[in-house]
Design a protein. Structure first.
Length: 212
């Protein structure tokens, strides 16, 4: 039976420790399940991982899994939530301080692509499961990130960094570009988050047309 690696034992799940008075054992079991699921989703696509695989990897019983999660999708969503929540405040701070729309867009993409490229667990999670990630854009963290981006775009309009536009549509387009280009980037032999961010920003800014 495969055991958890040191990378998967890194504490991405510490925020769960303070929740609603759970016993130490319950908190430890939940964290173990998350680490086990993360290690498996890094190795295989979502469709090839079972709940039985997760509890076996964590050396826990099947009943323990259902004490914490309704199904396989719910534990995958929580893993993704934990990853996405890290970047939202950082992206907001960088966008808020940008003195041009070009910088605002570039910083937004740069933070996302660098997180995917440099966080080993996020990189493998994204690489193995991009197709499934595309289908769960209704997650709270995704919606929160989208709303944060739209609010910053509204502020950019007020600051006259960009002309009045449909910021809801623009925010959705920017998020879609990030997900699709991230899925391509992680499957290339050489990861280039800076170059990927530059291209994505130029695409939004309309700088990819050929000029004779």
């Amino acid at each position: 039976m495969a055991k958890l690696s040191q990378a998967d034992r890194k504490d991405d799940f510490s925020e769960k420790k303070q929740q609603d008075g759970r016993t130490a054992v319950a908190v430890k079991n939940r964290k173990t399940l998350l680490m086990a699921a993360q290690s498996l989703f890094r190795e295989r696509p979502y469709e090839e991982v079972t709940i039985r695989d997760i509890v076996n990897r964590g050396e826990l019983g099947i009943g323990t899994f259902y004490n914490h999660f309704a199904d396989k999708e719910s534990i995958f969503r929580e893993l993704l939530e934990l990853k996405k929540k890290k970047s939202i405040p950082i992206q907001h701070k960088r966008r808020e301080s940008a003195d041009s729309f070009s910088k605002l867009i570039h910083e937004h993409f740069k933070i996302f692509f660098e997180q995917v490229a440099h966080d080993p667990s996020y990189f493998e999670l994204f690489k193995r499961n991009a197709d499934f990630i595309r289908r769960i854009v209704d997650s709270p963290a995704h919606i929160q990130g989208l709303e944060s981006l739209r609010n910053d775009l509204d502020m950019a309009v007020k600051r006259k960094l960009i002309a009045p536009v449909d910021t809801e549509m623009l925010a959705a387009a920017i998020m879609g570009i990030a997900i699709e280009m991230g899925a391509i980037m992680v499957n290339r032999a050489q990861l280039e988050p800076e170059r990927t961010a530059d291209f994505a920003a130029r695409l939004v800014l309309g700088e990819v047309a050929w000029t004779p």
